[in-house]
Design a protein around this ligand. Structure first.
Ligand code: SF4
Length: 461
């Protein structure tokens, strides 16, 4: 059994799932494992359970050669994922399936597979070798033009535990959502919204034209367009009712306008769905996706007077850079640097956090940051003795300087020394937390470093 506990066969897990969710147990499902061998299949199943893997790909020619085109994955189809011992690990359900030539598979698909550094380069390297082997076994030839079946799925159930229902799905534009795209566009027009993150939708009333444009824009085999831009558009779909609640553009090649003013990521929330926290979750996903391009720092912009947007950026750790004038739109834009800064001593605070803090605003925000970082433990952070993502919503943060500056810098310096980390170093979140745990907390240094903190009693327990 991959994660310990009872061994469970596919049929047993399926029956348990159906009974808990009120699904007819005769609903069809497939049972299969990822990868080529035991070790790989276990690793990939683990990535699914950890929430890092929500996509997979297979070769169309193999289905065809095996006369199994009726077995092609379908939206809504369930699968029980098996480990290397044929034990059931979890249940997934496809929410998006499309076929595309290998050379056109998008960066977002590569990211969704959760493997390696989640980059397109990594995905292409690993899958080229895998598909070549599969094609050979079936007597067909693999090439850059070979058709690839790309699937995205939700994690529905894990053996022995309850999985919280995911709220938002990130979907590359498809005609399956044509009606939603039309309705979204109309709502944005009705309130004269600025179409951030879906600018081209404004000038394309025909959803087919918009979908084709977005697919072309994400095609890595083409040159960046005449404006120099290249990136992925994602429709943000609420899983509960399949409604499009937002749209996001993530740019991996930037125009001069983006470099100077608008930044790497744009997003909008459907007017009727605003003030529900969707923008914060969308930006968090966009930043995570952008890290798969190797960006250590990205820029997110907003109108200075848009307090909602500003809050979203701050909630994701944004740091004010400057205000730039965007001549084409005759507006000023506030640019913010997004780089997941964590000040060293907060590596201790995170490990004892139990929802208490200076005020509700602060505690909500800190809880969200910890949740976001724990959801992506391999994400990069910058460890820096400066105001950070946590300080962003702190009443003691006076224009970027902590009111207790002398004290917190002392804590920061001691943590950096104990962990042997340079100020300003870039490191994985999980590595940072592990270093602080072992070299500060387990080593008994915590109280010596921050025993005079007003929250000391909380960390003594
Ligand atoms: S007290 Fe200072 S260091 Fe701590 S969160 Fe507030 S501003 Fe940041």
């Amino acid at each position: 059994m991959l994660f310990g506990g009872e061994e469970v066969k596919a049929e047993e897990l399926w029956a348990e799932f159906c009974s808990k969710r009120g699904i007819d147990k005769d609903t069809p499902y497939e049972a299969w494992g990822f990868g080529r061998d035991g070790e790989e299949s276990d690793q990939l199943a683990k990535l699914v359970v950890e929430g890092k893997k929500f996509g997979t790909a297979s070769l169309y020619d193999v289905y065809e050669a095996e006369d199994a085109l009726d077995e092609l994955p379908k939206v809504g189809g369930y699968s029980v994922i098996l480990d290397s011992h044929e034990e059931a690990v979890c249940i997934i359900r496809d929410y998006d399936v499309y076929i595309r030539p290998f050379r056109e598979v998008s960066p977002f698909h590569a990211y969704s597979e959760g493997e390696g550094d989640r980059s397109l380069e990594h995905w292409r390297g690993v899958h080229k070798e895998f598909f070549e082997g599969e094609a050979k076994e079936c007597g067909v030839t693999f090439s850059e033009e070979s058709k690839v079946v790309c699937e995205k799925f939700t994690l529905e159930y894990v053996a022995g535990c309850d999985v919280p229902e995911g709220e938002l799905l990130f979907v590359e534009p498809t005609m399956n959502y044509a009606d939603e795209i039309v309705a979204y566009r109309q709502e944005m027009l009705d309130v004269n919204s600025s179409f951030d993150g879906c600018f081209s939708m404004k000038r394309m009333p025909d959803p087919q034209e918009y979908v084709d444009y977005c697919i072309g824009w994400a095609n890595p085999s083409r040159e960046a367009d005449v404006h120099g831009a290249w990136g992925n558009v994602l429709l943000v779909i609420r899983k509960a009712d399949n409604k499009m609640v937002g749209c996001m553009q993530v740019h991996n090649v930037l125009t001069q306008r983006m470099k100077d003013c608008t930044g790497h990521v744009g997003y909008s929330v459907r007017p009727a769905e605003r003030r529900r926290g969707y923008a914060t979750k969308m930006l968090a996903k966009g930043l995570d996706f952008l890290s798969s391009f190797g960006f250590k720092e990205v820029v997110a912009s907003c109108l200075p007077e848009n307090t909602g947007s500003k809050k979203t950026i701050l909630a994701n750790g944004g740091e004010y850079i400057d205000i730039r004038y965007l001549e084409s739109d005759d507006v000023n834009l506030e640019r913010n640097l997004m780089r997941n800064v964590i000040r060293p001593h907060h590596g201790m605070c995170f490990q004892f956090y139990e929802g208490k803090g200076y005020d509700e605003n602060f505690t909500d925000h800190m809880g969200q940051i910890i949740h976001k970082m724990e959801a992506n433990p391999s994400g990069k952070i910058v460890v820096s003795a400066t105001t950070d993502m946590v300080c962003a919503n702190c009443p003691n943060n006076q224009g970027g300087v902590c009111e207790s500056q002398e004290k917190v810098l002392r804590y920061d310096t001691a943590v950096l020394e104990a962990c042997e980390i340079e100020d300003g170093a870039t490191i994985n979140y999980e590595d940072f937390i592990s270093l602080v745990r072992h070299r500060v907390i387990d080593a008994g240094l915590r109280e010596q470093i921050c025993g005079d903190c007003e929250w000391n009693e909380l960390c003594r327990r």
